[in-house]
Design a binder for this molecule. Structure first.
Ligand SMILES: [Fe+2]
Ligand SMILES: [Fe+2]
Length: 324
């Protein structure tokens, strides 16, 4: 705070919400928080009984693909639930209450996503150990067991803007913006191939809505750092280059495991990659557009939120199958 008082941990002499103007409800994190509060959903309300019948009717090959996709999501949601905590603490250390508030909702939503996928497995009767669906994929393990936790937990020791960018690019732009998005597209193919898995369809739709806010926050966070220090644009680019190959490897490896055999449900690797790369490129464009901008203007600029809404509208128009 500017008047000599502090809201900082261990040196609190004031409260952010009591200062003149209070919380800025127009700031992007508060807008996302308000939106998320209005869209709460409960994983326990979803009916998976038809999904159980659909899984029972699948061929072995189809069941393997469906299980692999669901296991990759389940483990991924668990990892992002656990690994977001250092970012919450980093926002607290920076005295950014609105971001801290939004991230508490963000963690809660990831926990619900984890619950939803685990409930699906239980409901369709698959309770055996599922590790072989993820740990046979070295790229998956590289991203979820190494790069994601390492870049997020680096914030605990040093929550610098550069480390925040590395963490956000890994979490929001690679894991959520590239891998999860590719996964939604694949789910849409699986579910729409013959109108199956209505419970999973609902899960993907609800999670997709939450994820739009998560990715908007990631774009926003990179934007505010790039606006404050232009040299940090290189950090965005550098982290992206480090992770693009292993990220695409996660997807291609799944296809390679059944070499010679056609993937079921008309899932097409090139179509998936093209879909994800288009979105990734445009999010990077939104971050780049913050170079040289006034940091205070970035705080209330709704561009990252609008970009995700535009993607959703485009999906509804161009890829109705993938419009979650
Ligand atoms: Fe999630
Ligand atoms: Fe997310």
């Amino acid at each position: 705070m500017t008047d000599g008082r502090s809201t900082g941990h261990g040196r609190r002499t004031a409260f952010a919400t009591l200062q003149r103007g209070g919380l800025n409800l127009d700031s992007l994190p508060m807008r996302l928080f308000t939106k998320g509060n209005a869209r709460h959903w409960n994983p326990a309300d979803i009916d998976f009984s038809q999904d159980a019948r659909d899984v029972a009717d699948m061929t072995e090959h189809e069941r393997w693909w469906t299980c692999t996709l669901a296991a990759q999501f389940l483990a991924g949601e668990e990892a992002v639930t656990v690994d977001l905590q250092p970012f919450v603490a980093a926002m607290a250390a920076e005295g950014r209450l609105a971001d801290e508030m939004y991230l508490t909702q963000f963690v809660f939503e990831e926990a619900k996503h984890t619950e939803a996928f685990r409930r699906w497995f239980d409901a369709v009767g698959i309770t055996d150990d599922l590790h072989s669906h993820v740990d046979s994929n070295p790229h998956y393990m590289e991203i979820f067991a190494r790069q994601l936790p390492e870049s997020l937990h680096a914030l605990a020791a040093d929550p610098s803007p550069r480390n925040q960018i590395r963490a956000s690019v890994t979490y929001n732009h690679i894991v959520e913006g590239t891998l999860a998005l590719t996964g939604y597209f694949a789910w849409a193919k699986v579910c729409s191939s013959r109108g199956i898995l209505p419970g999973m369809q609902q899960v993907i739709k609800l999670i997709g809505d939450d994820e739009r806010r998560h990715m908007a926050w990631g774009t926003f966070t990179c934007r505010r750092h790039v606006a404050a220090d232009d040299s940090l644009w290189d950090a965005v680019d550098e982290r992206m280059q480090e992770l693009l190959v292993p990220a695409m490897g996660v997807v291609t490896h799944t296809f390679e495991e059944f070499e010679g055999e056609e993937p079921p449900f008309a899932v097409d690797l090139n179509e998936l990659a093209e879909y994800a790369m288009d979105k990734l490129g445009r999010r990077l464009g939104a971050i780049e557009s913050a170079r040289g901008a006034d940091v205070r203007a970035i705080d209330v600029d709704v561009a990252p939120e609008q970009l995700e809404e535009r993607f959703h509208a485009e999906d509804l128009a161009n890829h109705p199958l993938a419009a979650v």
